[in-house]
Structures are given as C-alpha cells and as structure tokens.
Design a protein around this ligand. Sequence first.
Ligand SMILES: Nc1nc2c(ncn2[C@@H]2O[C@H](COP(=O)(O)OP(=O)(O)OP(=O)(O)OP(=O)(O)OC[C@H]3O[C@@H](n4cnc5c(=O)[nH]c(N)nc54)[C@H](O)[C@@H]3O)[C@@H](O)[C@H]2O)c(=O)[nH]1
Length: 155
Amino acid sequence: MCSTVQTDVMALRACGFIIFRRLTQAPPDSIEYLLLQTSYGEHHWTPPKGHVDPGEDDLTTALRETREEAGLGEEHLCIVKNFLKELHYQVHGKDKTVLYWLAELRDPAMSVTLSEEHQDYRWARLDEACTLARYQDLQETLRDAQHYLEASEKQ
Ligand SMILES: Nc1nc2c(ncn2[C@@H]2O[C@H](COP(=O)(O)OP(=O)(O)OP(=O)(O)OP(=O)(O)OC[C@H]3O[C@@H](n4cnc5c(=O)[nH]c(N)nc54)[C@H](O)[C@@H]3O)[C@@H](O)[C@H]2O)c(=O)[nH]1
C-alpha cells in the first residue's frame, strides 16, 4: 500500500532520443529530425521516448523506447557525446521530467518501424520539426541540438 502511495506522488519520468539523419554530407541545414505522432490523445508529435520502468536507468529507457517505438536500436545509432537535455512540464497536474539524448542515424536510408503507439512519423528539417513539436520547450531543445551540431561541424 505504501509503495502505491509513493508511486502516485512521484514525478513522471521519461527518456528518449532526438534522432537526426544527414541525407548528404553537407551543409548543416540538410539535418532532419525524427518525430513520431501518437495514435492516442491529441496526436501530438515528439521524438521517441517513454516512461522509465522501475529499476531501469535513464539511458537504457531511452534506448529501449527508441527500439520499441521506431525500430531503431543502439547498433543503428551514433550517440552524440555531451548533449543531454532535461525538460519539465505538467501532465494532468503532475510534474513530468523528460531527458533527451541526441543520436545520428548511421544509415540515413534506414526505415522506421512504428509500434501501435504511433500513427505516423516524419523526418523534418528544423523549421518543420519545430512546427510539429508545438511545445516551446521541445522546440528549444531541437534548436539547441541544431546549434550543437552546427558548432561541432565548424571545429
Ligand atoms: N488512450 C490514451 N492513452 C494514453 C494517453 N496518454 C498516454 N497514453 C498511454 O501511455 C502510453 C505512453 O507511454 P510511453 O510511451 O511510455 O510514455 P510517453 O512517451 O511519455 O508518452 P505520453 O503520451 O504518456 O506522454 P507525453 O508525450 O509527455 O504527452 C503527455 C502530454 O504532455 C504534453 N507534452 C508532450 N510533449 C511535451 C513537451 O515536449 N513539452 C511540453 N511542455 N508538453 C508536452 C502534451 O499535452 C501531451 O498530451 C501509450 O502507449 C498509451 O497507452 C492518452 O491521452 N490516451
């Protein structure tokens, strides 16, 4: 009973990946981000992500959810070091934390396989991605990712 009460007051926590691909080597505006549209609720668009299972570490959750929701595993991804964003918002009056790592799809032609949780997906350049991801914090996260990638390319 105690554990049920504790679970109820604990903040929601989810983890995922901002996945991008480059269709050509350059320029940086050729970067496209993967967004998935839920098949439930308001049919909102987010990168692959999901709730952390009890005892699971955050990165394991992000990888598991990305495989479950997009059919993309660690072997298909190149994780970008030093990029990790934390979002905080409320869902039905409850605090929720979402962590996003950043990863490049190794083979840009690799196809995405959706689960029943999503009805559509889109590879979108930054502007379109921000339009689909209509939450300001997610838009800022996508812009931060783009800046990070552009800055890395200049080095
Ligand atoms: N039938 C039905 N079933 C649902 C529903 N809801 C869930 N299920 C079930 O739960 C399972 C999902 O399990 P996971 O995959 O593990 O979890 P997540 O990936 O975490 O997915 P969620 O959808 O739970 O959570 P969010 O994406 O966070 O959306 C929640 C609300 O937050 C807002 N919101 C979203 N993103 C942002 C943002 O970046 N910034 C801001 N500021 N706000 C944002 C937006 O208002 C949105 O409505 C599904 O299989 C369903 O069975 C629902 O409405 N109807």
